[in-house]
Design a protein around this ligand. Structure first.
Ligand code: ADP
Length: 250
């Protein structure tokens, strides 16, 4: 039974990777084609302009600046993707989730102050150790917290409130990140986890895809809903202990 459980785990990890890869590949092509086409077009125009007897150098310079901008856009897509693939295997070890939340919130303390976001941690009392990958869970929480702060940028500074909550939910643990920002248009709730789906001018739309694959590697689920009073609530739920669940019962 233990061997089977180990095999299942490997298969699951592989499946998660493969489906994420498949989902990503079409979007990557699309996402990179845009800046590449812009760079090509600009370079062709610049080439023709400098071949003129009296080229408008200010215009050529503006075109070069556009090329640099588009190149940076493509590089950013690649940078985010490399971060996704470099993740490596998840190492599930017993950890103190409340401590991890506190540490992560400490990391973003000054960022939240600058953005006038009041942060409230509602941590489950006497939470026993939870199986998880410290680095990856931290990466996920950072993503969710920064997204929440972005979503609140259009409301009055004194109303911006972020709640990070840990809770026991049967044999699962749940981590909620709740904001009172713009919320998600009901028609878009199904899209937010899609790779490259973004509503932000400088967004890459990869953050939530990464978060989702991190929770999936913990054999859990990342869901989102709008709060009745406004804003969004992202919930990551995964089994408290993996070994205990996989061990055959006697
Ligand atoms: P990015 O932040 O680069 O756009 P993400 O994958 O992290 O990429 O997010 C995708 C989109 O989901 C965002 O552009 C935004 O429209 C929406 N979103 C994410 N988090 C929130 C939130 N807390 N409130 C409202 N919308 C959100």
């Amino acid at each position: 039974a233990e061997l089977q459980a180990a095999k299942d785990r490997i298969a699951l990890t592989h499946m998660t990777r493969v489906s994420t890869l498949g989902q990503l590949s079409a979007s990557i092509a699309h996402q990179l084609n845009q800046p590449l086409a812009a760079i090509l077009g600009n370079a062709e125009v610049a080439g023709k302009m400098v071949a003129q007897p009296h080229p408008d150098l200010a215009e050529v310079q503006a075109i070069c600046e556009d090329i640099v901008k588009e190149d940076n856009r493509a590089a950013e897509v690649i940078r985010r993707l490399t971060a996704l693939y470099k993740r490596g295997d998840v190492k599930l070890v017993p950890l103190d989730l409340n401590e991890l939340v506190a540490e992560t919130l400490e990391l973003v303390r000054s960022e939240m102050l600058t953005r006038h976001v009041a942060v409230v941690a509602q941590l489950a009392e006497s939470l026993s150790p939870v199986d998880g990958d410290r680095v990856q869970l931290q990466q996920m929480l950072l993503n969710l917290v920064l997204n929440a702060a972005d979503a609140m940028s259009d409301i009055e500074p004194e109303q911006r409130r972020l709640v990070v909550r840990t809770e026991l939910d049967g044999s699962n643990v749940r981590l909620d990140v709740v904001d009172n920002g713009s919320g998600i248009a009901p028609g878009s709730l199904k899209d937010v986890f899609d790779a490259f789906w973004t509503t932000k001018a400088g967004g890459t739309g990869v953050g939530l895809t990464i978060c989702q694959s991190i929770v999936a590697a913990h054999r859990g689920r990342l869901t989102v809903q709008n709060n009745p009073v406004g804003g969004a609530c992202f919930s990551a739920t995964w089994p408290l202990r993996h070994d205990e669940q996989l061990r055959p019962r006697v």
